[in-house]
Design a protein around this ligand. Structure first.
Ligand code: CU
Length: 338
């Protein structure tokens, strides 16, 4: 076991040494189709002079709209909202603002490894043949920084740049191509199929009891293919006289389930993991909703399909374990139902 790990590591070092000059931050796939929604994956090839990467920032160019980052275990997320130069149409919804920068923070990516950071978005209003540049920055603790922010002027060779911004070339749409729904606009914060808005509650009226606690209205949302994360939502009412706390969650369909909090701070949407659990005070009702507190199913092997259901086991500090079923609603805005 030890030998294998050592071998793998030295292999990585050799690879890094040989291709140092080429080891820029780039996208896994270098093209995107015009007027379509796709997932782009930023590869971060190494740290800052041997230091581990702890933050990755990427600016989204005009024409890459309705962006939704993929949450990563161990990293907090920030989505910075801003004005678009143009008005974009997302399945009939007009948007003049949305995410303009994504930041994964507080993680730890050792220098000897690479990782990818995924964003789903729609390319809109950009002609085939054009190039989109996504200036990116890696931070390594408080004193390390690598900026991938140089943009070659139109018609010049980006290979001459020392630290080029990752780019995507827009390609022509195939005849008969079908545009996927790009989810809702991020002014309503939608991540990994989570959407914000009042209409999210649904007709799932099952009441699950655990001691003095009542769990109702559980649901999750369908996931797009290739997206290994999904949200979980429900309401917990504490009818007792003692405070309780949701301390952990497991599910047979997810490698791990985290408790998350999403909140807007000015123009920045932040999503972070709650390591201390979710308090359920005596006599109070706590709601897990898209856009607020929620469960995050991670390392999901099979994307959730609308019409199905997800099983999960909640563990409370006092009430103990309880099994719940989360029906899978269709993805998209405001609690659309299958
Ligand atoms: Cu989350």
């Amino acid at each position: 076991m030890k030998t294998i790990l050592k071998f793998a590591l030295s292999g990585a070092f050799i690879a890094a040494g040989v291709s140092q000059a080429a080891a820029h931050a780039t996208f896994v796939n270098s093209t995107v189709t015009e007027e379509s929604t796709s997932v782009i994956a930023l590869q971060v090839p190494h740290g800052c002079d041997g230091k581990a990467t702890t933050e990755v920032q990427i600016k989204l160019p005009e024409g890459f709209v309705f962006a939704k980052p993929q949450p990563k275990p161990g990293w907090e997320l920030e989505v910075i909202q801003g004005a678009y130069a143009k008005t974009y149409d997302n399945c009939g919804e007009k948007a003049t603002s949305g995410p303009v920068e994504i930041r994964w923070k507080g993680g730890n990516l050792p220098d000897a490894y690479y990782d990818t950071f995924n964003i789903q978005g729609k390319v809109s209003g950009i002609a085939a043949g054009k190039t989109l540049a996504f200036p990116a920055v890696q931070l390594c603790g408080t004193d390390g920084k690598v900026a991938w922010d140089q943009i070659a002027p139109e018609g010049t060779n980006p290979h001459s740049l020392k630290s080029p911004a990752p780019t995507l070339t827009v390609t022509a749409k195939n005849a008969g191509g079908h545009d996927e729904h790009a989810g809702m606009d991020m002014s309503g914060m939608n991540m990994a199929g989570m959407s914000m808005g009042g209409g999210a509650s649904s007709a799932h009226d099952d009441v699950v009891k655990a001691g003095d606690l009542e769990v109702t209205g559980a649901f999750t949302k369908a996931m797009l293919p290739g997206q290994p994360v999904g949200g979980g939502y429900f309401t917990i009412k504490n009818n007792g006289k003692a405070d309780d706390k949701l301390v952990s969650i497991t599910s047979p369909v997810a490698g791990m389930v985290e408790m998350h909090e999403m909140a807007m701070q000015g123009e920045v949407m932040r999503m972070r993991r709650l390591d201390g659990g979710i308090a359920i005070p005596a006599g109070k009702t706590v709601e897990l909703t898209p856009g607020g507190l929620h469960l995050m199913f991670m390392k999901v092997k099979e994307p959730f399909k609308a019409g199905g259901a997800v099983q999960a086991t909640l563990t409370f500090e006092k009430a103990g374990k309880v099994d719940i079923t989360l029906p899978i609603e269709a993805a998209g805005p405001s609690g659309a139902k299958p």
